[in-house]
Design a protein around this ligand. Sequence first.
Ligand SMILES: NC(=O)c1ccc[n+]([C@@H]2O[C@H](COP(=O)([O-])OP(=O)(O)OC[C@H]3O[C@@H](n4cnc5c(N)ncnc54)[C@H](OP(=O)(O)O)[C@@H]3O)[C@@H](O)[C@H]2O)c1
Length: 271
Amino acid sequence: MDISRVAEQGLVLLGCGKMGSAMLAGWLEHGLPAASVWVIDPYPSDWLKAQGVNINTPLPESPAVVLVAVKPQMMGEALPAIQALGGGDSLFISVAAGTSLATFENVLGADTPIIRAMPNTPAAVRQGITALIGNSEASDADIVLAEGLLSAIGETVRLDDETQMDAVTGVSGSGPAYVFHLIETLAQAGEAHGLPPELAMKLAKSTVAGAGALAMAADEHPSQLRVNVTSPNGTTQAALEVLMHEEEGFPDLLHRAVKAATNRSKELSRE
Ligand SMILES: NC(=O)c1ccc[n+]([C@@H]2O[C@H](COP(=O)([O-])OP(=O)(O)OC[C@H]3O[C@@H](n4cnc5c(N)ncnc54)[C@H](OP(=O)(O)O)[C@@H]3O)[C@@H](O)[C@H]2O)c1
């Protein structure tokens, strides 16, 4: 991550909750000087206060980056604090779910470079994935800078069009909760078949984490990995016949779940 420009001109972080803190911890670890960071947050955490960054002090005139990490419902209240930085050289990056580029352009001016990003909660352990898209003012160098900053919390991918953000929300944004529920229900099923709760949960968590790690590391497609562990007439096949059932299995269930999240994301961005 090239942080020299950010170190020189400064970075303003609006909102330092879960997502803001995870990013800030990564940047400081990568060598961004604490003195180059200005945080605006009404109730700074003890962790934040111990980092040596500028908290709720007057902002630099032209920071390299202004990163917005407040909840969408706090946006109206929070944005005036940084509105004056719009229309200049500062690159704005927002990780707020459901707040469109057009909304930011209305507040900051359409000549402001803005990047909208959608991270997910494994960011807390730096294993998130963040999808990004810039407005027409955002240059390739701006996107590269945003990718560098967001790589502090995991991988990044670029979108072709902002409309893809709703489906991204349905897959990776909300997706960790689907997997948490898979872990819960896999453990419950183990319990139902005689395992003690702690053992069932340990098996379920490690199975999901291990299968995820293997899917990431392997050259084969996940469907090939599945075939590799499915012997004819074996135990896995017996379970997959249930899970892969066209109407009652995962294909239809996940299709409906992702559709519901995607539609809700569309509705929220219209509200
Ligand atoms: N967490 C995730 O997994 C995730 C995933 C994708 C996207 N996001 C997006 O990331 C953004 C931040 O989420 P989060 O989970 O980090 O939320 P969070 O933990 O609630 O953090 C938001 C922070 O903003 C602060 N804040 C509230 N009003 C403010 C104001 N007027 N000015 C400055 N700061 C203000 C809050 O302070 P108080 O605590 O004092 O209110 C809090 O520290 C959201 O827009 C969310 O949609 C989060």
